[in-house]
Each structure stands twice: as C-alpha cells, then as structure tokens.
Design a protein around this ligand. Sequence first.
Ligand SMILES: [Zn+2]
Length: 296
Amino acid sequence: MDRGRARPASADEWASVAAVTRYICETCGVQFTESDGPPSACPICEDARQYVPVGGQRWTTLEDLSAGHDVDVREDSGLTGLAATPAFAIGQRALLVPHEGRNVMWDCQSLINDDAVAAVSSAGGLSAIAISHPHYYSTMVEWAHAFDCPVYLHADDARWVMRDDPALEFWDGEEKELGEGLTLLRLGGHFAGGTVLHVDRGTGLLLSGDIVQVIPDRNHVSFMYSYPNLIPLAEPEVRRIADKLRPYRFERILGAWWGTLVPEYGDVVVQRSAQRYIRALNGEYPDTTGGDVSRA
Ligand SMILES: [Zn+2]
C-alpha cells in the first residue's frame, strides 16, 4: 500500500516504484523507511531488549502481511482494540480511547489495510496516536497518514525511529496533557522514554503498554528492562516509577495484549508490586501471592 503516492506516469516510474519498499521487521513489527532491498539489520531487535531469531532477521511488507493476516477488531475491557490475526511479531493490540469526537490510538500494531482503516473510521477515526515505547512503533507513520493525525513519541526514544516523518511529534519532560482527562506520563524503565496513558474518567484507567507489565496474578504487576531476555529493572528505576504514579488514581490497568487487565485497585497494585519487586531484588522473596488487594 502506498497511500498518497500519485499513480506512476511511465514505465520508468513504475519500475522505480516497484524497486522501493518499506520493509517491516517480522520480529518486532517495525516498518523501516523506504529502501531498494531489505535493511541489513533491525537495530531494535539487536538491542538487548529484543532479539534476533535463530536463523537471522526476516522481513516482510505491508502487502505480504495483509495477504496472510486479517485485522481483528473487538471490545477489550470497555475499549475497542485491534490487532493482526493470526498474531504478528510481538502481538500487541492497539486500543482506541475516545477523544475530541474521534479517538486516540494507544500503542500501534503493524497491520494496516483497507479493512483496518474502515474499522477505525467507523469507530470515529483518530485524533492522535500515542505509543508507549519503540517495540510498538510498528507502522505508526502509515496510520498517521491514513488519519492525518500526529504521533506523540517521547523524545528520549527518538533514536529508535526507523521511519521518520513530519507526523511524528516528539515531546519532552515528564507529562503531556492531551485533554479530556488523557495524560501521557513518562515513566522510563523499560525504555528511557517509556510512557503510559492515564485516563482520568470514571474510576480511572491506566494504559500501560509493557512499561508497567500486567501479569497473570491480577493482584500484582511487574517491571523489566528486557522481557524476552528476562533482565530485571534496577531498584532506583522501580522506585521512581512507583513514585511517579503515586498521585494518580486508577482502578483498572490495561496491558499490551488482548485481555491483559488488572480489574480493580490498580494504583494500590502498582505500589505493592514495586515494594515486592524491590524486596525480591534484595533477596527477600515472597512466600505467597500476598492475597487480594483492598484500599483498607
Ligand atoms: Zn525488529
């Protein structure tokens, strides 16, 4: 798919269009700027927070991805989610958060085709895209062009952008208000610019990507520097994340994949989880899951 590109006028122009492709890394799902052959490497996957698969890096294109996958659009914990099916690359799903009569797309995923654009359009379209960290940059520029909207990325992660574009808006500092109760919070941790989206509506909601990781024990969350390679986050970072979130109220936390949810007491869960994590880093392991959470 080449949105916005004029139809080539001559055989030579057709040849030059055919020779230029925006490759997508099959392991992390990130689309690269156009090139006349597959990139020599994926810097995101060569970083210790991802991995290059046995057998080496593989590449695809939007056309091939769309040929082998459908877009799955469905409700997830009260929001509309979308992702490729069967799952592709890291497998995260994006979420639509109503905003200014349209939606903020929280995090992003690689599969964009006519069906995906139609589904998001029928949900109201996009006012903006905001992404937690580089593992979910995916095809953000394609999405931004399809909906003529900005992509908010934290400036501290700018070096991980593989396809630059005027639609990318880098923000500095610790928080960015989007209006209507939506606030981007830079927590750092997993990535220097690691960001979550706090939704101050109703009982409050935190969309955490995997900056704050939702885990099977719904009474806790976790924090890591590298998830696939199981490299823990240092104590000062965990402490800083917990301190940063302390003023915010949120019952629910939605993680990066379908169904990942802390259903209640989310703000309390973050604080008790940070304490548990720091104790474990220092050799004091929990005996039990610690039981259910309450505000008492
Ligand atoms: Zn990659």
